[in-house]
Design a protein around this ligand. Structure first.
Ligand code: ARG
Length: 587
């Protein structure tokens, strides 16, 4: 289904043509003076110069040719040459009614692509903290948007599970429990099934070990040696590493589940380590990689670069692989297994340059074909009210789980203030609302921007917040429920016309659905959807306050209202589903 703005533009273009002008001047936009008109076309101004005539003359002629148009209820030419347009309510109602009957509200989906998404990116044995919120939440939303656009997606968590942190943990453990069989290289028996630590142990061991390694060279050297032994496959270290992964991943799964963030693949940096030797060989033989100060590197500079672009290091001088190396090997692996048309990565924006190097390297070395799109979405930091990265009250790193609990608690309090309900219901609903508060609070910001986590604003039932959107949906649900209880048949209701201004506004908002979803996909910006549903929720609430819906006596009007709010509910629900949350039945 064509977008409303396209249809309007076509109509105006035809009028330009009829008037003897180039039809490309007929492009229409939403008016930037809503007090004067709903839509506007500025094409006359653009044409006037070349034609050496006053823009108002062109505008007047075009307006004359639009007089009988069924698309508009009002058309006027105003100085110096704007064409102001108001849409015909019947045409609008008809359009919105069609949206209601079309699949995906008339969204036209593009050629189907296979898209690989890499988000989450936690490091095993470290607690998930607030820094992990954004990668998971934005990544999951982009995944859902891609799917809605009709693409096939594969999501991979890409854990950090292979580097020095592993050796650090093992070394610290070897000092604490030297008798464990994992450290006895002559041990040939079966290793214990039970892990020798809990997740809480790991979360304490890692920072302790990391601190020690910074202060003690020998400690660091031993940890590196253990990393090396793990990577070269020494049996005991592999067995111990498996425990680290299992314990850690079980915990992560639980937290990501609570966050409603899902991954098709739970791979990590380790998953590709066996591919590295072949990849290195390929890069050397292809003449892409060369030795520079002992390290193996690939140049990724381009002539047009205005900023420094260091080479991509494939192997360090001691032969060890790096973050780069595993990422490139992962691209190779993904290409072989899935052959995606497009790859999308989500990390903190501090990795912008890093990904540019990796992408250039992948293209240059032909790990992926020229037309494979590699995209990185770099996001900003979630800050506290002091403008610094969000911390706990006593200044510690805020665990993701604690943050989620705090948000749920705040929403629980609000729900209880608002409504009488059983403790059990209130608790269940507070989790649904809390998730919306947290995710919408994050997603409503343009990814690259830092934002301030504001508990009161995020959990408020009013203003630009997740709970406000849910509240709007719940409001519609409750009207529809009453209508059904009075014997009304919701599905039989049709949108039939417009009879008040706020109803027209609501319809106009609804028409932006397709272009919003398209833009959110093109720009990889779920924030576009947030802005749209906020406007839509506002329009719905104005309509609700100004219109008697259930008490309307004219049955046709009443049914049309019901169909309109039902469509609004479906659109809102579809959008929040793309954002990764849902609405409760009441709140
Ligand atoms: N584990 C990494 C980090 O903590 C993020 C991984 C992102 N994904 C990737 N393919 N590099 O910074």
């Amino acid at each position: 289904m064509k977008k409303l703005l396209e249809l309007i533009s076509e109509e105006v273009s035809i009028a330009f043509e009829k008037s003897g002008y180039d039809k490309s001047a007929g492009k229409v936009n939403v008016s930037n003076r809503p007090d004067l008109c709903e839509y506007q076309c500025n094409g006359a101004m653009a044409l006037a110069k070349a034609l050496k005539t006053a823009p108002i003359n062109i505008a007047n002629t075009v307006v004359e040719n639009l007089k009988d148009s069924k698309v508009f209820s009002e058309v006027s030419a105003v100085m110096p040459g704007f064409i102001n347009l108001n849409i015909n309510p019947d045409f609008l109602a008809d359009y919105v009614s069609k949206m209601a009957s079309e699949e995906k509200f008339g969204l036209e989906t593009p050629k189907k692509l296979k898209i690989m998404l890499d988000y989450g990116g936690p490091n095993v044995a470290k607690a998930l903290h607030v820094g992990h919120l954004r990668s998971g939440v934005i990544g999951d939303a982009i995944n859902r948007i891609c799917k809605y656009m009709g693409h096939e997606t594969i999501s991979d968590i890409h854990m950090g599970d292979w580097g020095t942190p592993m050796g650090l943990i093992m070394h610290e453990l070897s000092l604490r429990k030297p008798d464990l069989p994992y450290f006895d290289e002559s041990f040939t028996g079966e290793y214990p099934v039970e892990p020798p630590f809990t997740v809480a142990d790991l979360e304490e061991i890692y920072p302790t070990a990391s601190k020690k390694s910074k202060e003690d060279e020998e400690y660091k050297a031993k940890a590196l040696e253990k990393t090396y032994k793990l990577q070269t496959g020494v049996r005991g270290y592999r067995a111990l590493w498996n425990h680290i992964i299992n314990v850690s991943v079980n915990d992560m799964r639980r937290i990501y589940d609570n966050l409603g963030v899902h991954f098709d693949l739970w791979n990590g940096e380790s998953s590709v380590h066996e591919l590295i030797p072949d990849m290195v060989k390929y890069m050397k033989e292809g003449g892409y990689a060369y030795l520079s100060e002992g390290a193996l590197v690939v140049d990724v500079k381009e002539e047009t670069d205005t900023k420094e672009m260091p080479p991509c290091i494939i192997l360090k001088s001691d032969g060890a692989s790096l973050y780069n190396t595993t990422d490139l090997a992962t691209i190779m692996d993904r290409k072989q297994k899935y052959n995606p048309d497009r790859y999308i990565y989500l990390t903190d924006k501090r990795q912008d340059l890093y990904f540019e190097q990796v992408f250039r390297c992948a293209h240059k070395t032909k790990l992926v074909s020229e037309d494979t799109n590699l995209a990185h979405v770099g996001f900003g930091t979630m800050n506290g009210k002091d403008g610094k990265p969000f911390k706990t009250r006593d200044g510690g790193v805020m665990r993701l789980e604690s943050l989620m609990n705090d948000v749920n608690e705040a929403t629980l309090k609000k729900i209880k203030e608002n409504r009488e309900m059983s403790d059990e219901d209130a608790l269940r609903i507070s989790k649904i609302v809390g998730l919306a508060a947290l995710k919408y609070g994050d997603l409503s910001n343009v990814p690259a921007k830092d934002y301030i986590f504001d508990m009161d604003r995020f959990t408020s039932f009013e203003g630009n917040s997740g709970p406000y959107i849910l509240y709007t949906i719940v409001r519609i649900k409750s009207i529809l429920e009453k209508f059904a209880n009075e014997g009304g048949k919701i599905d039989a209701c049709k949108i039939s016309g417009v009879d008040n201004a706020s109803e027209k506004e609501l319809m106009k908002e609804l028409t932006f659905f397709s272009q919003t979803v398209e833009a959110a996909y093109e720009e990889l910006a779920p924030s576009k959807i947030c802005a749209f549903i906020y406007d839509l929720a506002n329009a719905l609430n104005s309509f609700y306050h100004e219109t008697k819906i259930l008490t309307e006596e004219d049955v046709n009007k009443k049914n049309s209202y019901i169909a309109l709010i039902n469509l609004t509910k479906q659109v809102l629900e579809t959008c929040i589903d793309m954002l990764g949350f849902s609405a409760p039945e009441r709140m």
